[in-house]
Design a protein around this ligand. Structure first.
Ligand SMILES: [Zn+2]
Ligand SMILES: [Zn+2]
Length: 208
């Protein structure tokens, strides 16, 4: 006979994420402008955390399966900062500004080579961006296996499929990045190109 758990399962998962119990994250894994999806994928891979538990970090009232838009005014920033051991400016930059509504891609958009190294930039979601500043590849939205696109929403489906298509499970690149891949895995000139591009955007008229 099944016995109902004393606590809802989601709050147990949430407890696993409290710093008191510890989880692995290293800010050196990130490049400037790393998107919230990229941050959550790294957390998921390094700590074997399920997508729905990570989506709960975005707000106590958010349904993890429905998800939430990756916008600063949609996410509970105070909660996120309390839960993740990352500088506030890193989290701020990882999310889109509410003013970007309608100006960012509603589906996940990526550079295959960056994905193979565990990087996804917040700028890849902006309509005004066409190519990866490091590799020069056109940013892609369709999965090369099933041809489908995945909504760019922080939900259990996207967050729970690190570096893979949430529709079919196929990898976005030819290989999966290591769970603890350092940014140094990327060539120095590529890291510089991504960093420079992000800072140019920050200084530009668009508010990232
Ligand atoms: Zn790239
Ligand atoms: Zn697919």
């Amino acid at each position: 006979m099944l016995i109902a758990p004393r606590f809802p399962i989601l709050s147990l998962d949430e407890r696993r994420l409290t710093p008191a119990l510890g989880y692995i994250f290293d800010v050196r894994w990130l490049l400037p402008g790393e998107s919230i999806v990229s941050i959550l994928w790294r957390l998921a891979r390094a700590n074997r955390l399920p997508g729905h538990a990570l989506v709960r970090l975005m707000g106590a009232d958010i349904d993890p399966y429905e998800g939430v838009e990756p916008l600063r005014d949609a996410v509970d920033m105070r909660r996120l900062k309390g839960m993740l051991p990352l500088p506030g400016k890193v989290l701020h930059a990882s999310l889109l500004d509410a003013g970007q509504r309608g100006r960012y891609h509603p589906v996940f958009r990526h550079c295959r080579q960056c994905t193979s190294l565990g990087h996804h930039s917040v700028t890849y979601q902006m309509s005004s961006e066409g190519r990866c500043p490091a590799h020069g590849h056109r940013l892609e939205t369709r999965c090369q296996h099933c041809g489908r696109e995945t909504p760019y929403l922080l939900n259990a489906s996207l967050v729970g499929s690190p570096y893979r298509c949430a529709q079919c499970g196929g990898l976005y690149s030819s290989r999966s990045p290591s769970a603890f891949a350092q940014t140094s895995a990327m060539r120095k000139e590529h890291r510089i190109a991504i960093t420079r591009h992000f800072h140019n955007r920050m200084a530009g008229r668009f508010n990232l």
